[in-house]
Design a protein. Structure first.
Length: 176
């Protein structure tokens, strides 16, 4: 089933660490790029009540607790291997909510802060599964790419083509 946003995406940054201006600047630049690629409205909001995407900048020491609290105990099992994590909530293929958690110190130690911002926000557009069928791509965990590739650009553009409707079966989407 095809998953994508129908309503505008409103991202609220929950800063639990310092360097707020840097994180906001990196996030803003990436979502402006995604909005341009998709033609879908994506904005940062200042009020948590207006959001449907919560981006949490946290610390490694709190990562497992934050993931368990926000995403549940099953998601918390991947914390030892994950640099960052996101989760989508859907209703009949329509994405209605997403949560992203980035432990800044862990991401910085691995030189992947920007990669986490790019990968997790991009994957919340509706292509979250890491796949070995796409390469090079941020949608493949075995690729050295940390930023969007030409293939990623095409996949995102295809997903947000107006003919692609949230909830449509895979066969119908593949025909388009």
């Amino acid at each position: 089933i095809l998953r994508k946003w129908v309503s505008p995406i409103a991202i609220w940054i929950d800063h639990r660490v310092g360097d707020k201006a840097r994180h906001t600047r990196l996030t803003r630049r990436h979502i402006e790029h995604l909005a341009e690629m998709t033609g879908h409205p994506i904005t940062l909001v200042r009020d948590a009540k207006q959001t449907n995407v919560r981006l949490i900048f946290s610390r490694e020491i709190n990562f497992a607790k934050d993931v368990r609290h926000e995403l549940g105990p099953t998601a918390a099992k991947v914390v030892p291997q994950a640099t960052c994590i996101s989760s989508l909530q859907t209703a009949s293929g329509v994405i209605v909510k997403a949560i992203i958690i980035i432990p800044v110190d862990r991401a910085n130690a691995q030189r992947k802060l920007l990669a986490c911002i790019v990968e997790e926000i991009t994957q919340t557009l509706g292509l979250p599964n890491d796949s070995n069928y796409v390469f090079p791509s941020i949608f493949n965990d075995h690729t050295p790419q940390q930023l969007l590739t030409g293939l990623d650009y095409l996949l995102i553009r295809i997903l947000y083509d107006p003919r692609m409707r949230a909830g449509m079966p895979k066969d119908a989407a593949m025909t388009i």
